[in-house]
Design a protein around this ligand. Structure first.
Ligand code: ARG
Ligand code: ZN
Length: 463
C-alpha cells in the first residue's frame, strides 16, 4: 500500500469511527433479535421475546363468499431488550407490508414465525408501533387433540376461536397468554351480515360501497387466545348486569329464538358469581350462540363467550362465565397452568348446582373421584399439548379445590375464591402462586394436600 493510500485509509477509518461515535451519541443501540418463542412447557414456540404488547388495533374486512380476509394489525409494544429484530406469530395468509416506527421494515416468514427487522435497532424500554398489512383465506388449525380452532368458516359466515393457538390464523401477534393487551377491532362486512366481537361496540356505520362496519373496544387486558369474531346473521339482545355492565348477546338465526331465555339469565348468573368470586373484572358481558355444524365446543372468549347452539345450556354458560374471573382476568402464566382455568370453572358448576339444584359439590366430587379417566395425570402437569383439555384438568382440578374447601373450611375457602381473582386481577399467575396464596390465607402449610391432589400420580385410597 502506498503512503498516499495509507493516509486515505486512515482518514476513512477516522471518519467511520466518528460516524459510529456520532451514532451512539444520538442514542443508537446495537440490539439482538428477540427470541422466537417463550419456551412454554407445552407450546415452546408460542409467543415471542424481546417486547411486550400494550395494544392491538385490528382493522379487518371479510368476504364470506370467497372466504377472503383483508387485515391491518397496528401493534403498540415496548422493547424489553435492545432489539435488532423480533417475531410475531402468524399462520398462513400473505403479508403485504410491514412498518416499525412508521418506516418500512424488512420481514421474513418461516413456519408460523413472522420476523420483522426495523430499519433502526430499538433500545430497551422504547415504545414502538408496528403495522402489518395482510390478506388471504385463513386456514384453521387442527390441535393435538384433533379439535379445530382459529378462523372457522361457517354456513353463515365465520367464527374465530383461539385456545390455545388459533388466533395466529387471523392476526399477527404475540400469541402467548403471558402477553395481555387492550384491543380495538374494526370489522367491515357485506351488507346484511352482522359482526360481533369482544368488549363494547363503539360504532356502527355504513360505508360508501354499502358494506357495514362495526367497531369493538376491549379496555381491559386480554390474552390473544380470548379474542373472537363472529360473522353471520345474528339476532341480538341487550340487558344490564350488576347495575352498570352492558350485556350484549347474539344468536345466529335460526338458533336465535330457542336461546333467548337462557341468554336472559346472564345478569342473574353474574350476580350470583360476584358473590362467590368478587367484582366482575370486565366492563362488558354477553354471549354469542352460533349455529351447529362448525364449532365443536364452547369457549370463554373475553366478555362474550361463544357457544355452538347445541352446547348452549345452563351448566356450560355458568362454566364460561366463571372463566371471566378464572382464565380471563387471572390468566395462566403458561399453558401447563391450565387447571387454574378449567378446574375453577368446573368447580363453579359444582357450586351452582349446590345452590340451585340441591346437588352438593361433594356429590360431584365423589362421582369424579370414582372415574378412572380423571386419574390419567396430575392436574398441575398435563404431559403434552394434546392433554390440555383432558378430564384430569377439569375434574381433578375441581377435586383439588373441593379438598381445599374440606381442609380449610367454607369460610376460609370462600375468602380464597374471592381473594385469588382480586390479587391477580388482569394479571398472570402460576400454580405456585395459587398454592402460596391459599396457604397465606389459610395461615398454614398445605403441602400434604397439594402433593396428593394437585401433583400426585396415584389415586389416593380414600376420597
Ligand atoms: N376452554 C374451553 C372450555 O372451557 C374449552 C376449549 C377446548 N378447546 C379445544 N381446542 N379442544 O370449555
Ligand atoms: Zn373451561
Amino acid at each position: 500500500m502506498s503512503q498516499r493510500s495509507r493516509t486515505a485509509v486512515l482518514a476513512l477509518t477516522a471518519a467511520l469511527a466518528l460516524l459510529a461515535g456520532g451514532c451512539a451519541e444520538a442514542g443508537g443501540v446495537r440490539g439482538t433479535p428477540g427470541s422466537a418463542g417463550l419456551r412454554d412447557p407445552l407450546f415452546p414456540k408460542l409467543g415471542n421475546g424481546g417486547y411486550d404488547v400494550g395494544h392491538y388495533g385490528l382493522t379487518l374486512a371479510y368476504d364470506p363468499a370467497s372466504g377472503r380476509l383483508d387485515g391491518t394489525a397496528e401493534i403498540t409494544a415496548r422493547a424489553t431488550q435492545d432489539l435488532s429484530a423480533f417475531n410475531l406469530d402468524l399462520a398462513g395468509l400473505t403479508v403485504r407490508g410491514a412498518t416499525v416506527g412508521g418506516a418500512p421494515a424488512a420481514y421474513n416468514r418461516a413456519g408460523n414465525e413472522l420476523t420483522l427487522r426495523p430499519h433502526k435497532d430499538l433500545p430497551e424500554g422504547k415504545q414502538f408501533r408496528v403495522t402489518v398489512t395482510y390478506s388471504g383465506v385463513p386456514e384453521p388449525l387442527t390441535d393435538a387433540d384433533g379439535s379445530k380452532e382459529g378462523w372457522l368458516r361457517t354456513a353463515g359466515g365465520a367464527v374465530a376461536v383461539g385456545e390455545p393457538a388459533g388466533s395466529m390464523t387471523w392476526f399477527p401477534g404475540n400469541h402467548h397468554p403471558s402477553d395481555k393487551a387492550a384491543y380495538d377491532l374494526t370489522l367491515t362486512l357485506p351488507a346484511g351480515l352482522d359482526g360481533l366481537s369482544n368488549g363494547v361496540r363503539t360504532a356502527r356505520r355504513t360505508e360508501a360501497d354499502g358494506r357495514v362496519t362495526t367497531v369493538w373496544h376491549t379496555a381491559e387486558p386480554m390474552a390473544s387466545y380470548l379474542a373472537t369474531v363472529a360473522i353471520g346473521r345474528y339476532e341480538t339482545g341487550t340487558a344490564t348486569a350488576l347495575g352498570s355492565v352492558p350485556v350484549l348477546t347474539a344468536a345466529e338465526s335460526p338458533a336465535a329464538a330457542g336461546s333467548a331465555a337462557l341468554r336472559g339469565e346472564i345478569p342473574g348468573i353474574l350476580a350470583r358469581q360476584v358473590k362467590s368470586f368478587g367484582p366482575y373484572p370486565f366492563s362488558a358481558a354477553g354471549a354469542v350462540v352460533t349455529q351447529d355444524g362448525t364449532l365443536g365446543y364452547a369457549l370463554e372468549t373475553q366478555t362474550r363467550p361463544v357457544f355452538p347452539a347445541s352446547s348452549f345450556d345452563r351448566t356450560t354458560l355458568v362454566h364460561e362465565q366463571a372463566h371471566q374471573w378464572f382464565g380471563n382476568s387471572v390468566t395462566p402464566a403458561t399453558w401447563r397452568d391450565i387447571w387454574l382455568n378449567e378446574g375453577f370453572a368446573t368447580y363453579a358448576e359444582w357450586l351452582y348446582t349446590e345452590e340451585y339444584e340441591h346437588v352438593p359439590a361433594r356429590t360431584h366430587f365423589a362421582r369424579a373421584f370414582a372415574q378412572d379417566a380423571n386419574w390419567a395425570f396430575p392436574p398441575a402437569a398435563p404431559p403434552a399439548a394434546g392433554n390440555l383439555f383432558d378430564p384430569p384438568v377439569y375434574q381433578r382440578g375441581a377435586m383439588v379445590l373441593h379438598k381445599l374447601r374440606e381442609t380449610v373450611g367454607d369460610r376460609v375457602f370462600g375468602e380464597i375464591l374471592r381473594g385469588w381473582p382480586a390479587k391477580y386481577r388482569h394479571a398472570n399467575a402460576t400454580t405456585d402462586d395459587f398454592t402460596t396464596y391459599a396457604e397465606s390465607v389459610a395461615g398454614r402449610d398445605l403441602d400434604a394436600l397439594w402433593q396428593v391432589w394437585l401433583y400426585g400420580d396415584e389415586k389416593p385410597d380414600r376420597p
